[in-house]
Design a protein around this ligand. Sequence first.
Ligand SMILES: Cc1cc2nc3c(=O)[nH]c(=O)nc-3n(C[C@H](O)[C@H](O)[C@H](O)COP(=O)(O)O)c2cc1C
Ligand SMILES: CCCCC(=O)C(=O)O
Length: 332
Amino acid sequence: MPDLSPVHRDFFAGGAGDERTLRANEAAFDRIRVVPRVLRATGDRDLRITLFGTEVAAPVLVAPTAFHRLAHPDGEVATARGTAAAGSLMVVSMAATAPVEDIAATDCPLWFQLYPQPDAAFTASVVGRAEAAGVRALVVTVDSPVFAHRPRDVRNGFLDLPAGMVCENLRDGTGRVRSIAMDDRLGWDVVDRLRAITGLPIVLKGILHPADAELAVEHGVSGLIVSNHGGRQLDGAIATIDALPAVVKAVGGRLPVLLDGGVRRGVDVLVALALGATAVLVGRPVVWALAAGGAAGVRDALDGLMVGLDAALALAGARTPAELTADLVAAA
Ligand SMILES: Cc1cc2nc3c(=O)[nH]c(=O)nc-3n(C[C@H](O)[C@H](O)[C@H](O)COP(=O)(O)O)c2cc1C
Ligand SMILES: CCCCC(=O)C(=O)O
């Protein structure tokens, strides 16, 4: 991978604490097997789904990840080009190193990820800017009241972006770049406050407990992402594919439930969908693809997952994501 320093590679790859949850996300997929159906004439397969009015080629989206210019000089703009070429949708991190307007200029469908800031006026200005750029949903990350201990970054002394690289969407009115604050005073009222300042669909990212899924429905959000932040926040948190069934049950079809964490192959997508997810998002695989091959790399990585999902659907006897049901999976 050209230009990816060991320190930055560790930032992308690493997790919190002893990285048990990081490992658990992938390991949990490895404990689930498919029980395929046969002779179901699956020739007319169609992977497309529609989320909040946006059609995507397949239920495989790009998770919000920080600092893409550490992986590639064109950063998030290249990621968006590759995502658009694959027919998918990108969630732009609040910690993006390119302006949301430049990312939107690629015509890639975008959602914007937000860490609500203690300064409500500043939060509103960031949301307004993203909305003006044309993002189609707001993804509010709720699993990060504090920033977790990440031993690799501490060991490497990774604290700051290199000179000339900043979180471009955190400039305030004076052009000064603010740093992202984690806020351990956030409560459910933040959803109501965001609702008051934007008409965008609000998606909560980082739900693991079914009681929180129920509260999210009561607070009128438009969707949920079952996520443990790729094992980067609470080390020891449940693997996402293990958390999914209870969340899906609590939601009871009232909202789309998405999942991220450890999705590495088409059949992982199939398993998540069979257990009730509407779509999945991928984090690190997109970063590695960006580092290795820029926009074309991102396109190829997403295409690879979609081709793998298409083959898995055929081999499991399904034609569409909607046909995937829980009877198609079993414990390994
Ligand atoms: C390098 C990196 C940076 C991330 N930055 C953010 C972020 O800025 N905001 C956020 O909500 N999640 C962030 N995440 C979490 C991802 O959105 C996602 O939950 C996770 O990467 C999914 O797991 P996976 O990497 O196993 O696919 C980040 C993850 C990684 C690996
Ligand atoms: C302040 C940047 C936060 C990025 C992030 O969420 C992560 O590295 O997981």
